[in-house]
Write a protein that binds this ligand. Structure first.
Ligand SMILES: Cc1ncc(COP(=O)(O)O)c(C=O)c1O
Length: 404
């Protein structure tokens, strides 16, 4: 089975590390670290302001990264790519801009699903509070996909926004968003939280027929502090910026101001220029290893092995998510009734096994499943079959040692 562990220098300083927390943040490949730091040494200066070669060199990299991101997600043009600080910021920015643009008002409805990360819930709840709208949750079916009957019940004329994750960060389920987007009226904005699909290199905003999508660079090998908001060009043009200052402005006078062109009007202040360089090399890295196909192949091998281990697991355990390798990414969330999961995660951590225990910022999903939390192992291209075995062996020992 393919494996790219040797591309990740962290394993040179931590040779025993079993990193199963890629859903929270991906480790950084050598090439991204080196290229980003070379950019800082050779080409860094502020952009869009300097008429000197260093600033122009930085600007070339910044603009190139926009093109790369646009291609990577099937956008029509780099003008549709707005850099933010992370996914959370991207959605807060979008919600704020929608409010300023008057796109959502009193009596309107925003639909999200029970599986959303809080980053795709709370900004909508805050917006709803401010304008007198409501937020409703679409339920899931037993396969952890969207419950389409429930969606149809809730999708009435008052719905302005449908905001859904492409992939659940708890169950790993890839939602049937193409089916859903075919059901939407023209007066509904489809906003896609692509935080867990962009890293798998299968976000295609045209195929989803979305209006907006957002994700975060650090989950796909880029630096922290760089998020992406994609929007259809006509909508980004029409939408009023949530904030204003500095570089997002064409002119300012005592009487007012004029916002700059796209996408800069939505990028107030100095952007994360090194972050842009890092996502440029992160995408080149993903493409160099074979992109979606390779990531999927590795995921399938690891998940199939994990599912076999779970079949013979000697303690009570439940997997929150699909039981097969298809229609999912490599996220495995385990509900374990016999132990305090925080203690178990600590037990694993002491053995160099990095997992997450808790609600994973998706509390409505845990409530629906009536679990107090799960131990989440999320897989990356640096994981091996031995990692999976060491993880489940340590889980068995840990549960035996910590059982209540
Ligand atoms: C589905 C999903 N949405 C949003 C986020 C938030 O990402 P960030 O913390 O980079 O803003 C996460 C992070 O775990 C996520 O998994």
């Amino acid at each position: 089975m393919k494996n790219f562990r040797s591309d990740f220098p962290v394993f040179e300083t931590h040779p025993n590390l079993i990193y199963l927390d890629s859903t929270a943040s991906a480790l950084k490949p050598r090439i991204v670290i080196e290229e980003t730091s070379r950019f800082s040494v050779e080409s860094y200066a502020n952009i869009h302001r300097g008429a000197y070669p260093l600033s122009e060199a930085a600007e070339i990299v910044y603009d190139r990264s926009k093109k790369r991101v646009a291609n990577f997600i099937g956008a029509n043009s780099p003008a549709e790519i707005v850099y933010t600080y992370n996914a959370t910021y991207a959605l807060n920015y979008l919600a704020g801009s929608m409010r300023r643009s008057g796109w959502i008002g009193r009596g309107d409805k925003i639909l999200v699903s029970l599986a959303e990360h809080h980053a795709n819930v709370v900004p909508w709840q805050m917006l709803a509070e401010e304008v007198g709208a409501t937020v409703e949750f679409v339920r899931l079916d037993e396969s952890y996909d969207l419950d389409f009957a429930d969606f149809e019940r809730k999708y009435d004329d008052s719905v302005r926004v449908v905001a859904l994750a492409h992939v659940s960060n708890v169950t790993g389920k890839i939602f049937s968003l193409e089916r859903l987007s075919a059901m939407l009226r023209d007066d509904t904005y489809l906003v896609v939280d692509a935080s867990q699909s962009a890293p798998g290199a299968f976000l295609d905003v045209q195929m989803l027929d979305a209006d907006f999508a957002f994700f975060t660079g650090h989950k796909m090998f880029a630096e922290t502090g760089l998020g992406v908001l994609w929007g259809r060009e006509d909508l980004l043009r029409e939408m009023r910026p949530a904030f204003g200052w500095g570089g997002a402005i064409n002119w300012v006078s005592e009487d007012g101001y004029e916002s700059a062109g796209l996408p800069y009007r939505h990028e107030p202040g100095t952007p994360h220029i090194q972050g842009a360089a890092s996502i440029d090399s992160a995408i080149r890295y993903i493409e160099s290893i074979g992109g979606r196909e390779t990531i999927n192949e590795i995921k399938n091998g690891l998940v199939a092995h994990a599912l076999r281990r779970l079949e013979e697991f000697p303690h009570p355990i439940d997997l929150l998510g699909p039981r097969g390798v298809e229609g999912r990414v490599g996220i495995l969330s385990h509900s374990i009734p016999d132990v305090h999961i925080a203690d178990l995660a600590e037990y694993l951590g002491e053995r160099d096994i990095c997992v997450r225990a808790g609600l994973h910022c998706a509390e409505p999903l845990a409530r629906w499943r009536d679990v107090r939390g799960t131990v989440r192992a999320s897989l990356g291209i640096y994981n091996t079959i031995e990692d999976i075995d060491r993880f489940y062996d340590a889980m068995i020992d840990g549960i035996t040692a910590l059982r209540r």
